[in-house]
Write a protein that binds this ligand. Structure first.
Ligand SMILES: C[S@@+](CC[C@H](N)C(=O)[O-])C[C@H]1O[C@@H](n2cnc3c(N)ncnc32)[C@H](O)[C@@H]1O
Length: 468
C-alpha cells in the first residue's frame, strides 16, 4: 500500500537547493540537509519556518485581540437593550465560542514561535483570513443543504471537464486548497492529490477532519435575518462520504496536504499533470502565479481555473479581466481547452434574506508540448517577427562574450551569447542549416554541426527563430 508520505517524497524538492527531499520523521534535503518540520502535524514547506510561524502567530493574535475587543464593545452596546436579549445572548455565545477556537490556534502558534522572531514581526492587516476558515468549513464539511448544492453545481461541470479533456491523471496540485473539500473530491479523478495552502489554520482544520475529528464553531449573520434566533447557529464540521465516495483511509492514501506558498512550491519543474486554481486565481497577481504554473506543469499539463474574479488584493493594475487572463496564458504558450460560465448561489440559506449568485468562470488551459522537429541540411530558418535586442555589457572580463538581451514579440526577455547573436544576424535573411554552418565555420571553430543544431533548437523553443 502506498502511504501519502511515500507519494510526497518522490516528487518534492528542497526550496533552498532544488535537490530531492527524503522522508524520515519529517522531510529533509538529501543534499543541503535543510529540515522541513511539521507544524502541529502539518508538513511545513517554507524557506524560513521561524518567520512563517511568527508571522502567523502575530496575525492570529491580532485577530483574536480584535475579536475580544469587539465582544467587549457589544457587551456594552446590548447592556440596556432588554428587548434584544434573544439576539444578544445568541450572538454572545457564538462570538465567545469562535474566539475560544481562535485562541487555541494562537496558543498553538505561540508555542512554536521563537520570541526573537515574534519581536521582529510587524502586525499585518490580513486578519480576516480566520473568518474565511469558518465560511469554508461551513460550505465544505457541515453537510448543509446549501453547501452541498453549491458544491454539486460547481463540481459537476468540473468533473465533466476532467473526464473529457484531461487524460494524464498522474497528479493534481490544488493551490490555496483551503479546508480541502474540492481536493478530496479530486481524489476520485487523480492518482495523487497535493493540497497546499499558505494558511496554517485552514490546513490544520483540514487535517483534523482527515483524522476523523469534528470541529464545532458558529456561523454568524448580523443582518438580513428573518428571526433574531438566526443571528448565530452552531455548526459541526466532520468528514462524511463526499461525492467521490472516498473513505478516510482512501483519501489519506492519495492526498498529501502541506503548508507552502504557491509561488515557491516544493515540486520539480514539469512534474505536475494538472494545477487546480478554484477560487484562487484572484488571490495573487497573475504575473506572479503564471510563471510558477508554467514551471510546475508537464508539457501537455493543464491549468484549471474555477471561480469569479473578485480579487482579494489592492493593486488595480493587476486585477485582470477574463479575456486578459486568457491572452496571458496564450502568450505564455498555453491553448484553451474548455471554457464556460457556471452559475451557483453562494450558500443560499432559508435563514438569510440575501442570496449572492456567482457566475464562475471555468476554463482549462493546456501547456503546449513543444515538439522538436529534427534539423536537416535543407531546413530553412529565419528570425521571428518583432525580435529586438540590446547589449547589456560583458559577461566576464576574460571571456570575449557579450551578454545580449533578446526581446521576443511577446515581450519575453532572453539572454543569449555572442554565437547565438551571430546566428541571428546571419538569419536576418532566411538561410538553410547547411549555409549557416559553412558561414559559421569561417568565424568559429565548430566541432560538430550538432552543437549549432542545439543552439538553433533552443532559439526555436524560445520563439526567437522559426522554420520557413
Ligand atoms: C478564497 S480561498 C479558496 C479556498 C479553496 N480553494 C476553496 O475554494 O475551497 C483562497 C485560499 O488561498 C490561500 N492562499 C492565499 N495566498 C496563498 C499563497 N500565496 N499560497 C498558497 N495559498 C494561498 C488562502 O489561505 C485561502 O485558503
Amino acid at each position: 500500500m502506498i502511504t501519502y508520505t511515500d507519494i510526497a517524497a518522490d516528487q518534492m524538492i528542497c526550496l533552498q537547493c532544488g535537490a530531492p527531499l527524503i522522508k524520515e520523521e519529517t522531510y529533509s534535503c538529501a543534499a543541503c540537509h535543510k529540515d522541513y518540520p511539521h507544524l502541529h502535524g502539518v508538513p511545513l514547506f517554507v524557506s524560513n519556518e521561524e518567520e512563517y510561524i511568527a508571522g502567523m502567530a502575530k496575525q492570529y493574535a491580532d485577530f483574536a485581540q480584535q475579536k475580544e475587543a469587539e465582544l467587549g464593545e457589544l457587551e456594552q452596546a446590548f447592556e440596556n437593550r432588554p428587548l434584544r436579549q434573544v439576539y444578544w445572548q445568541q450572538l454572545r455565545k457564538a462570538l465567545s465560542g469562535n474566539n475560544e477556537l481562535i485562541g487555541t490556534l494562537v496558543n498553538m502558534l505561540c508555542e512554536r514561535a521563537s520570541p526573537a522572531a515574534l519581536l521582529r514581526t510587524k502586525s499585518s492587516p490580513v486578519t480576516a483570513a480566520v473568518l474565511k476558515d469558518f465560511q469554508y468549513l461551513k460550505r465544505d464539511w457541515c453537510w448543509l443543504e446549501e453547501g452541498e448544492l453549491q458544491l454539486s453545481e460547481i463540481l459537476g461541470p468540473l468533473e465533466e471537464v476532467i473526464n473529457e479533456a484531461i487524460s494524464d491523471r498522474e497528479n493534481i496540485l490544488v493551490a490555496g486548497a483551503g479546508v480541502g473539500r474540492i481536493a478530496v473530491e479530486l481524489c476520485g479523478y487523480f492518482e495523487k492529490v497535493y493540497a497546499t495552502d499558505l494558511s496554517f489554520s485552514m490546513l490544520w482544520f483540514f487535517q483534523q477532519l482527515l483524522k476523523g475529528a469534528s470541529i464545532n464553531f458558529h456561523e454568524i449573520n448580523y443582518a438580513n435575518i428573518l428571526q433574531d434566533t438566526y443571528v448565530a447557529r452552531e455548526l459541526t464540521a466532520s468528514y462524511h462520504a463526499p461525492f467521490s465516495g472516498y473513505t478516510l483511509p482512501e483519501v489519506n492514501d492519495k492526498l498529501f496536504c502541506y503548508i507552502s506558498d504557491i509561488l515557491h512550491s516544493p515540486h520539480k519543474d514539469g512534474s505536475i499533470s494538472a494545477f487546480c486554481s478554484a477560487y484562487f486565481t484572484d488571490v495573487l497577481a497573475l504575473k506572479l502565479l503564471l510563471p510558477e504554473v508554467k514551471r510546475l506543469l508537464k508539457p501537455g499539463g493543464v491549468f484549471i481555473h474555477l471561480g469569479p474574479l473578485g480579487y482579494g488584493f489592492e493593486d488595480v493594475g493587476e486585477k485582470l479581466a477574463a479575456n486578459e487572463i486568457r491572452a496571458a496564458f496564450i502568450r505564455a504558450g498555453f491553448e484553451v481547452v474548455r471554457e464556460e460560465v457556471i452559475r451557483c448561489n453562494h450558500l443560499e440559506s432559508d435563514l438569510s434574506m440575501q442570496t449572492v449568485t456567482l457566475k464562475n468562470w471555468l476554463v482549462v488551459f493546456r501547456k503546449m508540448e513543444y515538439v522538436q522537429q529534427p534539423i536537416v541540411d535543407a531546413t530553412i530558418f529565419g528570425v521571428c517577427e518583432g525580435i529586438k535586442y540590446e547589449v547589456r555589457g560583458r559577461l566576464e572580463e576574460d571571456i570575449p562574450m557579450d551578454q545580449i538581451m533578446i526581446r521576443t514579440a511577446d515581450g519575453e526577455a532572453v539572454i543569449i551569447a555572442e554565437l547565438a547573436f551571430d546566428i541571428l544576424r546571419f538569419l536576418a535573411t532566411p538561410q538553410t542549416f547547411e549555409t549557416l554552418i559553412s558561414h559559421l565555420d569561417s568565424c568559429y571553430e565548430i566541432e560538430a554541426p550538432s552543437m549549432i543544431a542545439d543552439v538553433l533548437l533552443h532559439l526555436e523553443s524560445l520563439k526567437v527563430i522559426n522554420r520557413i
